[in-house]
Write a protein that binds this ligand. Structure first.
Ligand code: SAH
Ligand code: SF4
Length: 468
């Protein structure tokens, strides 16, 4: 097995030195960086590191691309739609470069870790100064310094060894909610998925580094910490000890404080009863489990290379509910996987009705270059995919609404996140089960836990009032 490359302290120090050189050059010029993020929580976590490094280089951060002297688009490749959005926004930045030729534009993340997309940007987006793949993130200071000092465009290819870089500066978007990556990459090669190709193979951070980071966040007053990995259940398998994800959770939850721990994502083939027992045993692990089923048909699961049958999955769900009757269970579902028959799809609808998820994230299958499913026979026509997608949503909407109605009259502990996007006069937050809760209250509650009495239940959110 190939060794994970640990980026040495010397290499990190070298990057810090590059950051200091950039800072020297930019001193007093009021330079601003704009980071635009697409995709999953891992990308958001990566962007917080890009932000931390930009600050170390002397840039301030801005949400307004028009103001920026440095723009980085952090891209996603999981579905075509995500790629098209990132390409379209990159295209829109062309006119900013025309107005301000000194503007630096970079594109990074999963999309550019694919050869054909790299070539696409190289040839069709000539105003992009640099590209760098996911494994090059820690070299951001060097990349910016080179762009400032030298003529010409640069394309930083991924080294496919898979690395781990500790002690990169991080600028966290929130001072009460934090992401903590516990591992990177994925070894599962689900046949539809591009992630193993763009994020490399599975590699776990050392438990000491994770515990240090989580402890530091809790001491700083963070109220919610989400542990991230493409498959957190295989945490530790690449390290030479028996210490697993459940052990890590237990050790984290012994840290004193008032906080919730969440984690994502769990692959059902690796979810253990030990993990479920751990969730049940520790009050500060939120009673919410995201366990993607993907399809309710065993034939489709097999073609997806998911390595479990629906009955295995349902056993996990039964055990969870036996131990924690109120646990919220959510899932990802793909509709229109190649060869999915009407009966296969109805099996998925049946799974939703049987399992009774609190919520699902549903996706129309999107062929990804280089993955086995993209070249499978019997690709499903777009209109069939769309029609199935609508049926899936309508079945789940009913279930979600009924589940939400169970909260009517109850008092829920809510971590208040900010103002509601649709109604600025309302605050919004999430309860332990990760349900959105809207209510009226003062700004002082933002970042705090509040008690909210639920008075109304919609399909996607609960509405309530502060309960003194
Ligand atoms: N590692 C996680 C998440 C991976 S991506 C997991 O295994 O659950 C998040 C979700 O995107 C997946 O769960 C899957 O439902 C969806 N997805 C991945 N590739 C896709 C594709 N090619 N088309 C449509 N949905 C896809
Ligand atoms: Fe993709 Fe499967 Fe890995 Fe998740 S487990 S990232 S779906 S290959």
């Amino acid at each position: 097995m190939k060794q994970t490359k640990i980026i040495s302290k010397e290499e990190i120090a070298q990057q810090q030195a590059y950051a200091a050189q950039v800072k020297n050059r930019l001193q007093g010029k009021g330079m601003k960086a704009h980071i635009r993020t697409y995709g999953c929580q891992q990308n958001e976590a990566d962007s917080e590191r890009l932000g931390g490094m930009a600050l170390a280089m002397g840039y301030s951060l801005t949400d307004d691309a028009e103001q920026a002297d440095l723009i980085v688009v952090n891209t996603c490749a999981v579905r075509e739609h995500a790629e098209l959005k990132a390409l379209s926004i990159t295209g829109q930045f062309k006119h900013l470069k025309a107005k301000k030729p000194s503007l630096l534009i970079g594109v990074c993340g999963c999309m550019v870790s694919q050869e054909h997309r790299k070539e696409n940007i190289k040839h069709s987006y000539p105003y992009v100064d640099f590209l760098f793949g996911t494994s090059m993130l820690y070299r951001f200071p060097e990349i910016v310094l080179t762009a400032l000092c030298e003529e010409g465009r640069r394309f930083y290819l991924d080294d496919n060894t898979g690395n781990i870089a500790e002690e990169i500066p991080v600028h966290r978007e929130s001072d009460f909610k934090a992401w903590v990556s516990i591992m990177y990459g994925c070894n599962n090669y689900c046949t539809y998925c591009v992630v193993p190709f763009v994020r490399g193979r599975e590699r776990s951070r050392k438990k000491e580094d994770i515990l240090y980071e989580v402890n530091d966040l809790i001491q700083k007053g963070y109220k919610e910490i989400t542990l991230l990995g493409q498959n957190v259940n295989s945490y530790g398998k690449d390290l030479s000890s028996d210490y697993d994800f459940a052990d890590l959770l237990q050790e984290i939850c012994r840290i004193k404080g008032d906080y919730w721990i969440r984690f994502m994502t769990s692959h059902p083939k690796d979810a253990s009863f030990k993990l479920i027992d751990t969730i049940a045993a520790y009050p500060n692990i939120a009673k919410q489990f995201h366990l993607p089923l993907q399809s309710g048909s065993d034939a489709v699961l097999e073609k997806m290379n998911r390595k479990y049958a629906r009955s295995d999955y349902e056993k996990l769900v039964s055990y969870m509910r036996e131990k924690m009757p109120e646990i919220a269970i959510t899932s990802d579902i793909i509709v229109g996987f190649p060869g999915e028959s009407e009966q296969d799809f109805e099996d998925t609808l049946d799974a939703l009705k049987t399992i009774q998820y609190d919520n699902i994230f549903s996706f129309i299958y999107s062929p990804r270059a280089g993955t086995p499913a993209a070249v499978m026979q019997n690709q499903i026509p777009e209109e069939v995919k769309k029609e199935r997608f609508a049926r899936l949503l309508s079945v789940q909407s009913e279930i979600s609404k009924t589940k939400n109605e169970l909260y009517l009259g109850r008092v829920e502990r809510v971590l208040v996140e900010g103002h509601s996007k649709t109604d600025q006069s309302m605050l919004t937050g999430r309860n332990e089960k990760n349900r959105l809760v809207h209510f009226k209250g003062g700004d002082a509650l933002i970042g705090q836990f509040a008690s909210v009495k639920i008075t109304q239940a919609d399909t996607y959110a609960l509405i309530g009032e502060i309960y003194e």
